[in-house]
Design a protein around this ligand. Structure first.
Ligand SMILES: Cc1ncc(COP(=O)(O)O)c(C=O)c1O
Length: 444
């Protein structure tokens, strides 16, 4: 397994993260456990800051909190000088409770509710990224009712098919997100937005997909979006000053994944911008990027305990862990692949190829199809790497499994930032109707 951030294998042959021995972490906090490497997160934020904010000038980096949203994460993001992208009332609530500066919050979503929009307006979020005509009209009404003018970006679907999994492609024409550029819908959206007196169109937004390695996709995106902005200027005389390019920068999960450097990403954007602005004779807009996965992905590791081991001679050997698709649905959802190591025997040579299964009642609950490991025994610890993004945030209570806790490690210190759920948490919102009262006897 490739080591990331502060991961090392210590003298005892244990995987260590942030100066904390994972064997000790498992003893202290139990498994499954999400471990987040704080120094690694901060380091990545700093790379984004220096590459885009300092490198490009007039640029902003906002963290897409859907990747991993907790109070502590919001605080780290603020301390590192980035903004925040939220996509629901819940993510907004988390940001507000973390006292995140509201002017640096961008509110996304393809079906924001009235309540969410009111919450965003009242909080005074920096930008609302309007996705569709329905939202535009209710947002204008709500803004008028609250006596405000709201700064918006229009989400445009630029028609780019980024080379990534179908479920995480978003910029192609057949997408549930945004106003389609190719058929003139985006133009109509802009014209309509101008006519709404309580909306102020600051710029446009596009997000072409996730886990993108080919930087040309971003060049393509910049060209299309600058052309669109220049056409708006020619057609209406209105100069848009902000271009939000979304997120999507890819990360390493398994051999073969070959992500570029963040500095290459920013240079690509810079060059594409210079060229497109020159060609279109359009003044350079402020650039916003919204990375999620690339800020937290490789900073997360999930620690499991190996339980049952099943060998089907000549077919496959399964080693089952005490979590699975409930704490990491990505392999089942879009065939995502991961690397892992036996955290308590990380120096041992690999002996066999096995499949790592979860404990959910689904045959598809397979975390890793084929991985070479030392001969695992029940009780060993398995560390799956690069689980920082879209794991905790996509986790569920399927099979009434309790969600693992999350610890933040740094320099030998460990802080619990999300408590492990208990069985009573599972019943927190259950209500037993009086007519089913006899069941209470069973509960006693
Ligand atoms: C609008 C928008 N911005 C940013 C992101 C973050 O993408 P990533 O985590 O790939 O950087 C997403 C992810 O789906 C998104 O939909």
């Amino acid at each position: 397994m490739r080591l990331h951030g502060t991961q090392i294998v210590n003298e005892q042959g244990h995987l260590e993260i942030g100066g904390c021995d994972t064997v000790e972490l498992a003893k202290q906090f139990g498994t499954p456990l999400y471990i987040m490497d704080e120094a690694h997160i901060r380091n990545t934020c700093r790379q984004y800051h220096s590459s885009f904010v300092e490198g490009l000038k007039n640029a902003e980096v906002i963290y897409a909190s859907k990747a991993f949203s907790t109070l502590a994460m919001c605080r780290i993001i603020e301390e590192e000088g980035l903004g925040l992208d939220v996509v629901s009332g819940g993510e907004l609530y988390t940001a507000l409770r973390a006292c995140f500066p509201t002017a640096k919050i961008y509110f996304h979503g393809n079906n924001k509710s009235r309540e969410e929009l009111v919450m965003a307006i009242k909080a005074g979020v920096g930008r609302i990224v309007v996705d569709n005509f329905y939202e535009m009209s209710i947002l204008n009404d709500l803004a008028r009712e609250t006596g405000r003018r709201v700064d918006i970006l229009l989400r445009v679907t630029p028609g780019i098919e980024a080379h990534t999994h179908e479920y995480i492609q978003t910029g192609q024409i057949d997408s549930k997100f945004g106003f389609t550029l190719a058929d003139g819908t985006a133009d109509r959206a802009f014209d309509l937005a101008l006519s709404y007196s309580n909306l102020v169109v600051k710029g446009v937004h596009a997000h072409i997909g996730s886990q993108i390695f080919d930087l040309d996709s971003f060049t393509h995106e910049v060209r299309i979006m600058i052309t669109y902005m220049a056409n708006i200027l020619k057609r209406t005389g209105c100069l848009l000053e902000e271009l939000n390019l979304g997120g999507g920068f890819g990360i390493y999960y398994v051999p073969g994944d070959d992500p570029a450097q963040i500095s290459d990403y920013s240079k690509t954007v810079q060059l594409a911008l210079e060229e497109a602005c020159q060609n279109q004779k359009f003044p350079r807009p402020k650039i916003i990027v919204e990375p999620g996965r690339s800020i937290v992905g490789t900073a997360g590791t999930t620690l499991y305990t190996v339980g049952a081991i099943k060998e089907i001679p000549g077919v496959r050997k399964y080693i089952a862990v005490d979590g699975g698709m409930a704490d990491n649905p990505r392999p089942a959802l879009y065939q995502a692949r991961y690397e892992a190591v036996l955290a308590n025997r990380a120096k041992e040579v690999v002996k066999e190829v096995v499949s790592v299964s979860g404990k959910c009642c689904e045959s598809g609950d397979l975390l890793i199809r084929d991985i070479a490991l030392p001969k695992a025994q029940s009780g060993d610890l398995l560390a799956v790497s690069c689980t920082g993004a879209y794991n905790y945030s996509m986790s569920s209570n399927y099979n009434r499994l309790t969600r693992p806790g999350v610890v933040l490690v740094q320099d030998g210190y460990v802080d619990v930032i999300v408590k492990r759920e208990t069985h009573s948490d599972l019943l927190r919102n259950d209500i037993l109707p009086a007519r089913l009262k006899y069941l209470q006897i069973v509960n006693k």
